[in-house]
Design a protein around this ligand. Structure first.
Ligand SMILES: [Zn+2]
Length: 374
């Protein structure tokens, strides 16, 4: 191989290595980096100077008080780059901004009924502007706006190719971003939520994220990467059949997991209020308990099937997943009854990102892309 290419690769690897150390440590001295990465002091110094010039790290004090010369302390400038994420649902928009650490700097949620009109898209633009101004984001720091939508999105993030939930099949990124003056990308909501979950679960390589919200979706990670399938349709657990010829599904068929495991299967008895459902469940309301048992029995079938197919962690996410901590053992027991290979069901776990997962995940895609380019 060309020696110049090899030397550029080494240079790049050193830079990436140094920068990623800062993501996990609040402060570092040059010597810390030399020791951690086994690099020479001049290499570390040069890289630090370069990252400082680019505004990505800053000197933030010094170490030690034992006399002599103190070591300078450096830190990541977390807001040197930011990204915005939106979560579009039938009646609401949630918007967040995240920084280079993946920390949510600001979060806003407001009611806005979805419609494919110029007025709606103008309002989305206003929401983004409000986030920028309320968080006092430096315009130049904004990498982009990820728009999480309840629909399946082409691999280039430009078009909704299946939008049965909101009836917006064919909607484009250009349409959504008409009034947003930053780079934009459409994100399938389930993929975005799963991305946020994987962000807070470093080390998880294989997982299936099942999203139990207004609809049921799923995303698969294999070997640390999302598996989209041949046409970005992999993981759609919501439209696998759990009861042959059962309840009608919005997809036009019958008996899908969706009508049994979407949040609406629970909130039908609490006038659409999921929080109230879980309050009544806790209080021992018999009607609610019966609905919950039926819900869990169908969910257990779906989870057991996923485990059989993918042999991986199953993460219970979405609106229902955010209430799941207290009931996870109940679900695990039902899943275990259907298991062939496992003697426990600890691989089923509730999501860690309880709120804003879709908006955060939509934004984090931009952050990850930037970090990978460092
Ligand atoms: Zn269906």
């Amino acid at each position: 191989m060309d020696q110049k290419i090899v030397s550029n690769e080494i240079k790049q690897k050193n830079r990436t290595g140094i920068f990623s150390l800062f993501r996990h440590r609040a402060q570092l001295s040059r010597q810390d980096i030399v020791t951690a990465l086994d690099l020479s002091l001049p290499t570390v110094t040069n890289n630090l100077e370069e990252l400082k010039r680019e505004g990505l790290i800053a000197q933030t004090g010094s170490f030690g008080n034992t006399g002599g010369r103190r070591a300078r302390a450096y830190s990541l400038v977390a807001n040197a780059r930011t990204a915005i994420g939106l979560d579009i649902t039938r009646h609401h928009v949630t918007a967040v901004a995240v920084d280079l650490q993946g920390t949510i700097i600001i979060s806003r949620r407001r009611r806005l009924d979805f419609e494919r009109t110029d007025e709606y898209y103008r309002e989305l633009g206003a929401i983004v502007r409000q986030i920028v101004s309320a968080a006092e984001l430096d315009e130049k720091s904004i990498l982009g706006v990820g728009i999480g939508v309840p629909g399946m999105v082409t691999a280039d993030h430009q078009t909704v190719f299946y939008g049965g939930v909101l009836g917006f099949t064919g909607a484009t990124c250009a349409e959504f971003s008409k009034y947003i003056p930053y780079p934009t990308a459409l994100m399938h909501d389930t993929d975005a939520a799963c991305f946020a979950e994987m962000w807070v679960s470093p080390g998880t390589q294989n997982a299936f994220y099942i999203m139990l919200s207004a609809s049921v979706g799923g995303t698969v990670y294999i070997g640390g990467n999302q598996y989209g399938g041949s046409k970005m349709r992999a993981g759609e657990i919501g439209h696998t059949v759990v009861v042959p010829d059962g309840k009608p599904c919005y997809c036009g068929r019958r008996g899908c997991v969706d009508p049994y495991c979407a949040a609406s299967a629970l909130t039908a008895v609490t006038d659409g209020d999921l929080k109230l459902f879980f309050q009544r469940l806790k209080a021992g309301d018999e009607t609610v308990q019966a609905v919950w048992q039926e819900y869990l029995s169908h969910l257990a079938v779906a989870v057991a099937n996923l485990r059989m197919l993918f042999d991986c962690d199953i993460i219970i996410g979405g609106y229902v997943g955010s209430f799941m901590d207290e009931y996870i053992d109940q679900l695990r027991q039902l899943v275990l009854l259907r298991s062939v290979f496992d003697d426990n069901a600890d691989y089923v776990r509730p999501c860690r990102c309880k709120t804003e997962a879709i908006a955060a995940g939509s934004a984090l895609n931009y952050i990850a892309e930037f970090l990978n380019s460092i």
